[in-house]
Design a protein around this ligand. Structure first.
Ligand SMILES: [Zn+2]
Length: 445
């Protein structure tokens, strides 16, 4: 008996020490970043201690899962893109971007000036530029530019979508959507796709619709036309491609996942006819919203978590009063952080009761070809509400195993918050307690 005990103790010590070594060194571990189980292994907590193995998922560590990782198809192309999180400009010697800009620049209004944030007092009250930030204008005043979409055309329908992803901790949320057989539209930030390409791939593989939310999430109307072009161009060209069949124009959403979106949403809704013209020239439909949860704006002062709760409740009351019986609507929500995602999950069943249909925006438009590539289709609205949630979804296969060796250029999330570090501290505390428990149980005389 004594012999067995002596053998067991060093064995467990070794495992615990190994776990600590992995946690502290950031050693390369093959991980799957497209599932909750995979995320648990990112923490290094998959130490085989059977007593505690069942609760591994609860200890997933956002600081670890959000740490840089090296996904070669993206990392190898980063020289061709703006730095992650930095405002985009056309890179020197990027002849494809320069050629494209030359082609479209003649159609961009030069009479519309750059704006300031917050809106300055010198902007004319008749809103000549159809500046959404000023008076929520969505019908352009310049000819030849289509209006923004701000509602879902089908009756009693919610165009369901989330801005600012991909989030490095979104698998729980995507699992939830999967469990509800619910698809959504995700407005991804290019820098976040570059940081978390595997998370972006999962959204596409799950059958969600992907739209563009610019490279670095700036106020677009404050940028020069050329820089505004670059903010969209480098997302479009960063598309979702795993097979790396590089065309002369390198594609970053394509590099990361394999499709090129044809819809976009301006960050903060900051668009005017100059920015609309640029997006339109790049083949993008502008998707806005009618209602805002303000979930991404919680600052603990003017906007609190209670404000968000009240916005959801007020929206539900509006829906309950029959407002959307003839035309559906679009609600602004975010994938930004665990609060915004948990609010979406919390109110999902009530929203389901308030609307007859909850669909990705593209589905509400019967937009069956959401990407430039024709190997991926969305169902029609009729197909979707009849239960066909995915059709012809032959996107590039997910490559979910990779090295977690830190990369100097990857792994910074645009728009993320500090909550991850708090949870990380809690996780480390839990890990220390877990280790202490193991030692108490195994080292007792
Ligand atoms: Zn945003």
């Amino acid at each position: 008996m004594q012999l067995v005990e002596e053998l067991r103790v060093p064995g467990l010590f070794t495992l615990v020490l190994l776990g600590h070594a992995l946690l502290s060194s950031g050693a390369a571990i093959d991980v799957n970043r497209t599932s909750e189980q995979g995320e648990a292994t990112i923490t290094g907590i998959s130490i085989p201690v059977p007593l505690f193995a069942t609760s591994l998922k609860n200890y997933a560590d956002p600081a670890q899962e959000c740490s840089p990782y090296n996904y070669p198809p993206v990392a190898n192309q980063m020289n061709s893109f703006p730095a992650i999180g930095s405002k985009a400009s056309i890179l020197p010697n990027d002849s494809a971007a320069l050629d494209k800009w030359k082609t479209i620049s003649g159609s961009i209004p030069t009479s519309i000036g750059l704006k300031t944030q917050p809106p300055g007092g010198d902007y004319p009250a008749n809103d000549p530029d159809c500046w959404w930030t000023y008076q929520q204008c969505t019908i352009p005043k310049q000819n030849g530019i289509p209006p923004d979409l701000e509602d879902a055309p089908e009756p009693s329908t919610l165009g369901y979508g989330f801005d600012d992803g991909p989030s490095c901790s979104h698998n729980d949320f995507l699992d939830f959507l999967q469990s509800q057989k619910q698809k959504a539209t995700f407005y991804f930030i290019g820098s976040n796709v570059a940081s978390y390409p595997l998370e972006a791939q999962r959204a596409l593989a799950d059958g969600h619709e992907i739209c563009i939310h610019t490279w670095s999430h700036p106020y677009m109307t404050t940028l020069s036309s050329e820089d505004a072009f670059a903010e969209i161009w480098y997302f479009v060209t960063f598309s979702f491609n795993c097979n790396l069949s590089m065309s002369p124009q390198i594609q970053m959403v394509k590099v990361a996942v394999g499709v090129t979106p044809t819809c976009w949403r301006p960050p903060y809704g900051d668009i005017d006819d100059r920015i609309r013209a640029i997006a339109n020239a790049l083949g993008l439909q502008t998707i806005m919203w009618e209602y805002d949860t303000a979930d991404a704006s919680v600052n603990g002062q003017s906007i609190t978590e209670d404000t968000v709760e009240n916005n959801y409740i007020s929206f539900l009351q509006t829906a309950g009063s029959g407002t959307f019986n003839s035309t559906g609507t679009i609600l602004l929500m975010h994938e930004l952080n665990n609060f915004t995602m948990s609010e979406a999950m919390k109110y999902y069943s009530q929203i389901s009761n308030a609307f007859q249909y909850i669909v990705p925006v593209g589905v509400s438009l019967n937009k069956t070809q959401p990407y430039l590539e024709n190997n991926y289709s969305l169902p029609t609205f009729e197909q979707y509400i009849s239960g066909t949630l995915m059709v012809n979804a032959s996107a590039s296969p997910i490559t979910s195993s990779l090295s977690s060796t830190p990369s100097p250029t990857l792994g910074q999330s645009v728009g993320s918050t500090n909550s991850a570090s708090r949870v990380a501290m809690e996780f480390r505390l839990a890990h220390v307690l877990l280790t202490a428990l193991v030692l108490v149980f195994t080292c007792r005389p």
